[in-house]
Write a protein that binds this ligand. Sequence first.
Ligand code: PBG
Length: 326
Amino acid sequence: MTRPRRLRATPALRALVSETRLHPRDLVLPLFIKEGATEPVEISSMPGVVHHTEASLAAAVREAAEAGIGGVMLFGVPVVRDATGTGADDPDGILNRGIRIAAAAAEGRLVVMADLCLDEFTDHGHCGVLDSHGGVDNDATLERYVSMAIAQASAGATVLGLSGMMDGQVAAVREGLDESTANDGAGFQDTAILAYSAKYASAFYGPFREAVESTLDGDRRTYQMDPANRREGGRETVLDLLEGADIVMVKPAMSYLDVLADVAAQSDVPVAAYQVSGEYAMIEAAAANGWINRRAAIEESVLGIKRAGADIILTYWATELAGWLR
Ligand code: PBG
């Protein structure tokens, strides 16, 4: 008789044969910096997550570095928004300021990443610029992304997270970075691209929209993927790899573990997954009601994402979880 229970008999045996292990370096912490904020303010739909001031952002980055996590992913919440999102590539725009602050606080101890998308900076809330019929203009948006990429790289971001789901965005940004003269003519060949390859139009972004004070009226279904489509996630990933993505990502994570496993099998570059705001909020809400064990649920959810194939996991619990892992 085969007895699999033999290897489950003691904590030491279970630890010895564990197939998946989380490490603080696997984790990336998303952070929000809000223009003009004078004190950190909690986002009501994301208990424990705040809008940072410049000072509190620096402190959060230092704390993350001390916890030993792999990186931070920055989002900016500007005061003024306009049709083309000019705050996004303004060197003094809130996100680019945040990148400089984070890079200084990190002192090379973790990787500073920035969200490269227009939705926080446009007054209509879409991830791109609009054409005359109100649709999102793919190729005009690419030009904005290139300009944004150069601004973020100039500010000191090491990895750019392309989350807009425009066709050809990885190739356009790669070429724009390489050919930029902003870096004393040397280009930004060493700035890496983390492509949100399989990004789905998800209800689980709900709390994030509050976090970035989104003005979107409508949805993103003409550019983000249909949650029904698994094969298409692989197709988007292949395109991003061909265009030169350095890291590919699946988002959200927990409802898309099949897509994540497919991508991990296909990719010859590191694979990331984003445990998004709604996934965070669900567990926090259930735990606050005493319906689940908070720490166990957090650990299990992140472990499951790693087991499915993620090398890198973006999670709002990154710093806290790293503390438990040490
Ligand atoms: C786009 C972006 C979004 C998220 C990350 N980048 C929102 C969206 O696509 O609507 C969601 C992250 C989360 O829900 O935690 N800039």
